[in-house]
Ligand binder design. Structure first.
Ligand SMILES: NC(=O)c1ccc[n+]([C@@H]2O[C@H](COP(=O)([O-])OP(=O)(O)OC[C@H]3O[C@@H](n4cnc5c(N)ncnc54)[C@H](O)[C@@H]3O)[C@@H](O)[C@H]2O)c1
Length: 242
């Protein structure tokens, strides 16, 4: 079982994922390009709306567990230091294929032969990222949903070369974090993995209904809650807090 994970990118998702991994016992090396971003991420992990302090207030974890989780997180602006000896790397930088491919190309020789390289991309091709490395069998999409401390789904995106062992290992890491794992395929010709394609289809239709003047956003949300038992409507889902 992996113990040490490097999270590359300390933005909205990187900070939240780091928090969850550390809460469930992983040592996490959080990397971003400058100290200010790393400090802001640590602040959100501690004091954010779904951060550790709130978790303690809401009795989701004890003060000791929150302190231990924070103790398992280290930050660095050095990619080399972040990646030394890790079991896995989770890339969480901007949704930009050439940026991610360049990063995977750089990560490949930095990590050990057995290290898994995962991406939190919401829709870019995992096969393309795998092709930027010499370890396509150990490249996978590991897609989280925010707020990461609350949302149960982890979507694992499997490219043709991704090995069964990689899927099994990342599944075990996700399950250790209490997540529900759903494994889906990779379509390099379309942006969006399965979860985002479904969500975007509903949102697009909801926007069309409003544009046509058939119902306002609140009515659309109510229809989906009351008619289809959705916990919240498509417009409410777009107003999620950080
Ligand atoms: N925001 C969401 O709700 C959400 C949900 C699921 C998946 N995603 C995916 O997660 C990824 C990140 O999204 P986000 O919303 O956290 O973005 P963000 O803009 O909040 O954060 C991205 C971070 O990456 C850092 N970064 C950029 N280039 C870097 C590099 N070369 N090395 C190290 N750090 C670098 C930036 O400094 C920034 O802090 C994207 O691929 C996105 O599609 C986002």
């Amino acid at each position: 079982m992996g113990q040490v994970i490097a999270v590359i990118g300390a933005g909205t998702m990187g900070a939240q994922i780091t928090q969850v991994l550390a809460t469930f016992g992983f040592e996490v090396r959080l990397h971003d390009l400058d100290d200010a971003r790393l400090a802001a991420a640590v602040g959100r992990i501690q004091r954010g709306r779904f951060g550790l302090d709130r978790g303690v207030e809401r009795a989701k974890l004890t003060a000791d567990q929150a302190r231990d989780a924070m103790g398992r997180i280290s930050t660095t602006t050095s990619l080399e230091a972040a990646c030394a000896g890790v079991d896995g790397v989770l890339e969480v930088v901007f949704e930009d294929l050439s940026l991610k491919m360049a990063l995977f190309r750089r990560l490949d020789p930095l990590v050990g032969a057995g290290t898994i390289l995962a991406s939190n991309t919401a829709g870019l091709s995992i096969a393309a990222l795998a092709g930027a490395t010499e370890r396509p069998g150990r490249v996978i999409g590991w897609h989280w949903f925010q707020p990461c401390a609350v949302m149960r789904l982890n979507e694992l995106v499997v490219a043709p070369a991704t090995s069964d062992a990689t899927v099994a290992t990342v599944s075990s890491w996700a399950e250790r974090c209490g997540k529900s794992v759903r494994v889906v395929g990779d379509n390099p010709r379309t942006w969006g993995h399965v979860a985002n394609r479904l969500n975007e289809a509903v949102r697009a239709e909801a926007r069309r209904v409003v544009d046509e003047g058939l119902a306002d956003a609140d009515t659309v949300d109510a229809i989906m809650r009351e008619g289809f038992a959705w916990p919240m409507g498509p417009f409410e889902g777009q107003r999620l807090p950080e």
